[in-house]
Every structure is written in C-alpha cells, then in structure tokens.
Ligand binder design. Structure first.
Ligand code: NPG
Length: 369
C-alpha cells in the first residue's frame, strides 16, 4: 500500500456518568481519530486511546495528535510499500508514543484488511464469536452508591465487576460488594499505581475476599516491588501500566511480578504487539484479559476482536456502548447474555455513523503525502 492522506479528527463525546479513578475523574472523552486513505482507494480508521491529561501514562491526546502529524505520518508517507506489519518498524526511530503509534497502525491495519476482505478477529487468530463482558466501576462517593451501581450492572448481565480502588477506598467497598452480591461474583480491583510496597499488610486485608486479581497496585516501573508484594499477599497480582511490550511481559513474568496480564493495544503500541503480549503470556501459562480505555465503538470493535483470542480466559473491560455513551460513534455494542459479539465484517467491521461523527467533531485536519 501507498499512503495518500490521513485525516486527524478530534471528537468530544460526553460520558453517561463521571468515571473516577485513583488518578482523576473523566466526564468527557476527548478522542483523536485517524482515517487513512491509500493510493488505491482503501480507507481505514484508527482510534487513539490517550486521555486529555498525562495522568494514566505520559501520553495525552494533544501530544499524540502532534506526534502523529509531525513525526509518524511523514515516516509512513515515505514508506514505498507500506503494510500494517511494517508500521512498527517504519516508526521505530520515534521513541515511545505507543498510543499514537497504535492509532496509526490500527488505521493502516483496518485499511489493509478491508481491502483483503478479512476481519480483524480472524486476522488476529480469534477462536470465539462472542466475548464475556466485564465492567469497570469507578470510585463512588459512598458505599451505598457503589452498591447501587454494581447492582445495576449485574442486572444488565455483566459477568465480572472491577472496582477502582485507592488508599481510603479499598477494603470496605470490597467487603460491602462481597457481602451484598455473594462469593460467586467474579470480582477484581484496580489501583492504577496508587499504593507503595509498605502497604502490603493493608492490601493483605483483601485476601479473604477471593478476588480474581489486584491490578497495578504499585508504580509502573516497580517490577521488583510487585514481585515482592506478590509474595506477601494471596490475591494474584496483575499488571497493566507496567507492561508496554511483549518483552516487558516476558521480564515481569520471569521476575514473578505478575500472575495475570491486562492487555491494552494502545499501551503496547498496537494490536499486533498486543497479540505478541498474548502469545508470551500463553507460552508462560499466564492468563490475560482485555483492558479498556473508554473507547468509542471503533476501538471497542478492535478490543472485542482481540479478546476473542484463546489466551483471553478472563472477562475484559469490554463493556457495552451504553456503559459509556448515550450514542456511540458506531452501531452500539449491546450485551447479549453478558457477552459482546465479535464483529465479522472486513477490518474492524464497524464504521462511524455519519450523524454522530459530525455532531461530536471539534476539528478536522487533513495531512497529505
Ligand atoms: O471500560 O473502557 C473501560 C474503562 C476500563 O477501568 C478502565 N480503564 O486503568 O484500566 C484503567 C482504566 C482507564 C480509564 C485508564 C481511562 C485510562 C483512562
């Protein structure tokens, strides 16, 4: 393929409810979309998962927009015979910026697969037609409010609940949810780096609640700390922010820093590297699950395809469109007995709805070869 042009579009999509984590509260999704067109008329969509502020990781959407325009696209325009597999090597000279790279690779991959008539799911090696849906529940202002939100999601059919935790909001909310909804509920927690190794005795108080996992308790670069913590608590340790590549996953597993891995394509530089993370974990008997970054239906379609790979044995943060947006950018993903169907059409298998796209657009810019 020869890339002809890329459209960089910024959207603002209000969330149906504020989402509070240990690093901040999101009320609106500020999305960067990348639409590429090739010389032979193929088209593909990519979604950048970077948030407005660099508080989950160092990336943020204005920065990603700049990097895509100034540093990534020029390198792809220069590539004589571009393939999706070749995107990572064409961009290798640019350090970091994985979320920006992932968005661009996603668009090229979508264009390539659409042209071939192959779905992303089958290209990645999916083995399921539908995936179990979990839901991530933000920090609430009271235990009663939390219990109401969890009850509503369980009524909707979600198969697993993840509670966001931080110091001061951990043992008691977990206890309350366990007591109210029983031992059969698949329950896990996510700290987004909010604790220190010295908190191990406190985190060990979560042990009796039979959690599936505790996600990213310590800062992202502290693999040794996670390995030590894993010896001091019974809840399995899962890493998210720490894992930026398949190589990182291999090291973390070898060190005993995690027993489970959250796979997010944006965090690791794209869906192709995400599949490699999956492969490393499968080779080490480490279960994986698909994380979420409040994606629109475009990113969700790709996440659901990824989550259909064989090593994704735990339900992901792949929730229905209604969990996020009053109207999703694409045809909505809906729960069907607690599962989301994996798109089967070529490429992502979904496209933006014209009216939602137009209504949410804040700016559009076209970059040409
Ligand atoms: O359902 O998409 C979703 C959200 C899942 O909790 C979720 N994501 O730390 O994994 C996370 C968290 C997140 C949200 C991270 C927004 C970054 C931004």
């Amino acid at each position: 393929m020869k890339l002809e042009a890329a459209e960089l579009r910024r959207l603002s999509l209000p969330l149906v409810a504020p989402f509070r984590t240990s690093f901040g509260t999101q009320t609106v999704r500020d999305v960067l979309l990348v639409r590429v067109t090739t010389a032979d008329g193929a088209e593909g969509w990519g979604e950048c998962v970077a948030m407005s502020e660099p508080t989950y990781s160092s990336e943020y959407v204005d920065g990603a927009h700049h990097v895509v325009r100034e540093h990534l696209l020029p390198r792809l325009f220069d590539a004589p015979a571009l393939t999706a597999v070749g995107v990572a090597s064409a961009l290798a000279a640019v350090k970091g910026h994985r979320m920006a790279k992932a968005a661009v690779e996603m668009a090229v991959l979508d264009a390539e697969l659409r042209a071939k008539g192959v779905s992303l799911a089958s290209h990645l090696g999916a083995v399921r037609g539908a995936v179990d849906a979990g839901v991530s529940v933000g920090i609430a202002s009271s235990i009663n409010e939390l219990l109401d939100v969890v009850a509503r999601h369980l009524d909707e059919g979600y198969r697993r609940v993840k509670l966001k935790i931080e110091p001061g909001w951990d043992v008691e909310p977990v206890r309350a949810v366990r007591e109210r909804f029983g031992d059969d509920l698949l329950l896990q927690v996510d700290a987004n780096t909010a604790y220190k190794l010295g908190d191990a005795p406190h985190l060990a108080q979560l042990d009796p609640f039979g959690l599936l996992l505790i996600e990213q308790p310590l800062p992202e670069h502290d693999l040794r700390g996670h390995a030590e913590l894993a010896k001091r608590i019974r809840t399995p340790v899962c890493l998210d922010e720490s894992i930026e590549s398949a190589a990182d996953a291999a090291v973390a597993i070898a060190m005993g820093a995690c027993a489970i891995v959250n796979v997010k394509a944006g965090r690791v530089g794209g869906y192709l590297e995400a599949r490699r993370v999956h492969d490393v974990c499968v080779a080490n008997d480490v279960p994986v699950w698909c994380g979420g970054m409040l994606e629109t239906g475009l990113g969700r379609a790709a996440n659901v395809a990824l989550a259909a790979l064989p090593g994704f044995t735990l339900p992901g943060d792949t929730s229905a469109s209604a969990r996020y947006f009053a109207r999703d950018l694409t045809e909505p993903f809906v729960l069907d007995d607690g599962r989301l169907r994996v798109p089967t059409g070529p490429g992502l298998g979904v496209v933006p709805l014209d009216d939602v796209l137009a209504g949410a657009t804040i700016s559009v810019e076209t970059v040409r070869r």
